[in-house]
Structures are given as C-alpha cells and as structure tokens.
Design a protein around this ligand. Structure first.
Ligand code: ATP
Ligand code: MG
Length: 433
C-alpha cells in the first residue's frame, strides 16, 4: 500500500514528462493562434453542478464520480470533466457582461471511477476549449479547425473526424419518442442496461458497445432525419464551412455522446486503427442550454476535450532527442570542486544547463559520468590546472580539448553554446521539442 499508487492513477516520470511538456507547448501556441485564453478552475466543485449539467442518467453521474461529503457536510465531487466548471465560472463571474464572446482553454486532471485499462484511467488529463456566447455555425467550424490543426501540428496520423447533429430540445423530443417506440419493439434483443435506458435515456442505446444492441439498432431511426429546419440549416453550414477549409470528416449519425448537455453539432476524433471502447481521442459539441440550466442567462456554447493520455499514445516516436548544449564539470580535488561549484552557478545563471558530480571520484570515473550525461562540453579541472589558473574545455563530440583561463571560462562556453544552438536549430537541437 505504502509504495503503490492508487489503482488507475499514474505517475508521470521524468523521462516521460518531456512529452507532456512538448504537447502542452504546442497546445498553448495553437490556442493562442485561434484566440483562446487560459482558464484554471478548481478540481473540486459542488456535486450538484455535475449532476445537473452532465445529467443524472449519464454513466459519469450514475457510477463514475468521486463524490464525498467533506468534514463540514458539503457534497463535493472531484471534477470528471471540464465544461461544467468553466460554465459555472462563466456565470459566477458574469463573464458574459464584459464581452459578447468568451473563448477559453484549460488543461488538467479529471477523475472518473472506471475500470482501468489501456487509455482508461481513474485520474486522467484533458485539454479542452469552450466558446460561449456564439450561436452561429462559424464558431463550430473554428473549433473543429483548431482540433484538426492540433493533430496536424503534433504530426498525429490515423485519426478521423466524425460529426453529427443531436438537434435542439424541440426536435430531439420528437426523435426520442420515435426511438423509444422503435426500441420498445426490440426490447428482448437489448442488453439489460439498454432495456433500462429505453425509459431513462433511449439515445444511449445507439452508443452501446454490446453486439446485440448494435445489431438490434442497425435500422433504428436517426436524429439527422428528425432535425427541424433551423437545426438542419446549422448542420449544413457547419459542413459547408469544413468543406471550405478542406477539412475531411465522416458523418456518423449513430454518434450520440454520453453527456446530456449536448445539442446540435457533436463530434469525435477517432483513432481509425483502434477498434472498441478506447478509440475516441477527443470529443465535444454544442451545449446551447447548459448555461441557462445552471442559472445563467440563455447563452450558447461549444467545446471539446482531448484525452491527453490517449493522445500521447499516438504521438510519433521522437527518435534520438539530441542533447541540448549542456556542460559537465569534472573537478578533481577540493579547490577544484569549489571552483566547479561556482562555475556551475555562473553558467546556470546564464541559462546554460550545467551538471557535476557531488561526490567526485577519479578523472576516469567523472569522464564516464560526463559521457552518460549527454553533455556537449566537459570542463576538466585538476589541481595542476588550478595552480595555472586554467582548465580544460572538451568538446564531447569532436573530442577536441583546449585550455581556457578560469576567468574566461564562462564567456568561452557562452560563445560555443551560442554557435551550437545556431546549427542545432536546423538540425537537432530542437528536433524533439
Ligand atoms: P469513452 O467513450 O472512451 O468513455 P467519453 O465519451 O466518456 O469517452 P468524454 O467524456 O467525452 O469521453 O471525454 C473526452 C475525452 O477524454 C475522451 O475522448 C477520452 O480521450 C478522454 N477520456 C475520457 N475518459 C477517460 C478515462 N477514464 N481515461 C483516459 N481518458 C479518458
Ligand atoms: Mg466514458
């Protein structure tokens, strides 16, 4: 217990965090290009916020939430997704009063008590965006374009954008009745969960992974056939906008999404070579009634969330990540070690990463460590050199060595590192990052 993390939660170790930072860097630049600013909301919210927004009959609220009563008796939940908190903050801080459009993005951990498996964790991370205040289909197209561009900048291949429309409250009500009638006729072929859903949430039967339910619903009526004229026109404009931008998509009339708040445009980014339950890397849609439902003024909204762990599994292998210019300091003897400490400090203050041995052994041993560290240069300081007021600077790639005066060492290294960065920019210095 003491030395084992909780089931379904994971450490990101130093060798993996470089990938996370790379992803986060690309994401921040991209969202800024598309006009989104960052929002950071708390990890805990009142339980009622999620029950009300995600929907009492959704899988998340029915069985996946980490909900508890705190010491003061308040009902608290670890956020299972990001939209509810953003919308709560939007209403609480009246962001609608100061601007007509609010475009925000977030990244952070989410919590769902699911059965852990590859790509399905109990603490996982999402990166998401929300745009509030725009009902025009142009924002749907912008959001989808940002999502597609993100995959392109990350060079992730093998994904397909699936889109659908879930209509509005009015036309969906008519559709629900038609679907319910259809499902009632097939009730014996449905799984026990879906038999129950016919009454509580019939749309979810289309999303069921059981083979029986898939077969039974093969010719079920589809929401797209029931869209009213406004919802249909909206969907047509979104498709037109995507066509204009040359964005490819698949219309997937069976995609219903598991959260109750969605209306009109819904979408998923699907990994095509992966069958089954974990193939959605990102998902989102419109939620035109949500702001009002939690007590704000009627405000349309749209957003998506990307599953970071699933996305990271798809990032192309980085190949050898060339070391950034780094200096290893090999010091032999007490005086030299003191100089080594000062040199490391001076280099770091110039933004040059420097490392040394804290309990220095002999020269051979320290040179081995220098090699392993991936340093581009090693400074070798022995007692002889100290008395001469100089040290050896070794280029680890060419193995060329030169004697440099101690008081000129920082300047000399700065010069070399600057030259290194210039060729490295084209070649390998920032290849991974
Ligand atoms: P799924 O159908 O895979 O359960 P979902 O419909 O519950 O996904 P959303 O709530 O829409 O997913 O969340 C958006 C994205 O977050 C998903 O596409 C997925 O990449 C990621 N995600 C959701 N749940 C988990 C989880 N338990 N572990 C890791 N990633 C997750
Ligand atoms: Mg789920």
């Amino acid at each position: 217990m003491l030395t084992q993390a909780i089931k379904g939660v994971k450490d990101v170790l130093p060798e993996d965090s470089v990938k996370w930072r790379h992803l986060e860097g690309v994401v921040r630049k991209l969202f800024s290009d598309y006009g989104f600013s960052e929002i950071r909301t708390p990890i805990i919210e009142h339980t009622i916020l999620f029950a009300r927004s995600i929907g009492a009959t959704s899988d998340i609220v029915e069985k996946e939430m980490y909900a508890f009563k705190d010491q003061g008796g308040d009902e608290i939940t670890l956020r299972p997704e990001g939209t509810a908190g953003v919308v709560r903050a939007y209403v609480e801080h009246k962001l609608f009063a100061s601007r007509s459009v609010t475009k925000v993005y977030y990244m952070g951990p989410m919590f769902r008590r699911e059965r852990p498996q590859a790509g399905r964790l109990r603490q996982f991370h999402q990166i998401g965006v929300e745009a509030l205040g725009v009902s025009e289909p142009g924002i749907d197209v912008d959001i989808l374009a940002a999502l597609v561009e993100l995959f392109s900048r990350l060079k992730v291949q093998g994904v397909e954008l699936h889109i659908n429309s879930l209509g509005c409250r009015d036309c969906r009500a008519a559709y629900k009745i038609a679907l319910k009638n259809f499902l009632t006729g097939k009730i014996d072929s449905l799984c026990p969960d879906c038999q129950r859903r016919v009454e509580t949430n019939p749309l979810r039967a289309l999303d069921c992974k059981s083979e029986h339910c898939e077969a039974a619903t093969a010719d079920a009526p589809m929401m797209l056939e029931y869209l009213d004229s406004d919802c249909r026109a909206h969907f047509e404009s979104v498709k037109q906008g995507l066509d204009d931008l040359g964005i490819r998509y698949v219309i997937n009339p069976r995609m219903v999404r598991g959260l109750d708040y969605y209306t009109r445009t819904t979408f998923e980014m699907i990994a095509v070579d992966k069958k089954g339950a974990q193939n959605a890397v990102a998902a989102g849609g419109r939620y035109d009634s949500l702001v009002e439902e939690i007590g704000g003024p009627p405000t349309p909204g749209i957003g998506f969330a990307i599953g970071v762990e699933r996305l990271l599994l798809m990032l192309p292998e980085a190949g050898d990540s060339a070391p950034l210019p780094k200096v290893y300091i090999a010091a032999i003897g007490g005086e030299a070690a003191r100089f080594g400490q000062k040199l490391a400090d001076a280099l770091r203050k110039c933004g040059i990463s420097a490392e040394r041995d804290y309990s220095p052994g002999g020269l051979r041993n320290q040179m081995k460590k220098a090699d392993r560290s991936g340093a581009a240069y090693t400074v070798i300081i022995g007692e002889d050199e100290m008395t001469k007021g100089a040290a050896i600077l070794r280029d680890m790639k060419t193995r060329e060595q030169s004697e440099v005066k101690l008081d000129e060492m920082v300047e000399e290294i700065k010069k070399r590192v600057a030259a290194f960065s210039t060729d490295a920019n084209n070649e390998h210095g920032t290849r991974f990052l």
